[in-house]
Ligand binder design. Structure first.
Ligand SMILES: [Zn+2]
Length: 88
């Protein structure tokens, strides 16, 4: 005979990851995770660099408009080319 009560913990798996607001990575939430609190929320980061960037300008990474601003037809590769490039 098997007890099935132990299965309850499986439902909690969805709660142990968060999205790094700086780079968009999925971060596993652990006691030693890098976190920052802003506006009453806790954010998780993949590394110290992302956390530092976030702390410098949280609003830049939290703006919801950023996520929906891109038209569907624009390939993301063009964004990578244009960023950091300065025309002569
Ligand atoms: Zn990151």
């Amino acid at each position: 005979m098997a007890d099935v009560e132990a299965n309850q913990t499986d439902d909690r798996r969805a709660a142990v990851t968060a999205i790094d607001p700086v780079c968009g990575m999925t971060v596993t939430i652990k006691p030693e995770s890098l976190v920052a609190e802003h506006d009453g929320r806790t954010y998780y980061f993949c590394g110290a660099k992302c956390r530092t960037k976030f702390m410098a300008d949280p609003e830049q990474y939290l703006s919801p408009r950023q996520a929906v601003a891109l038209p569907e037809g624009v390939p993301s590769g063009q964004l990578g080319l244009s960023s950091g490039y300065v025309a002569p």
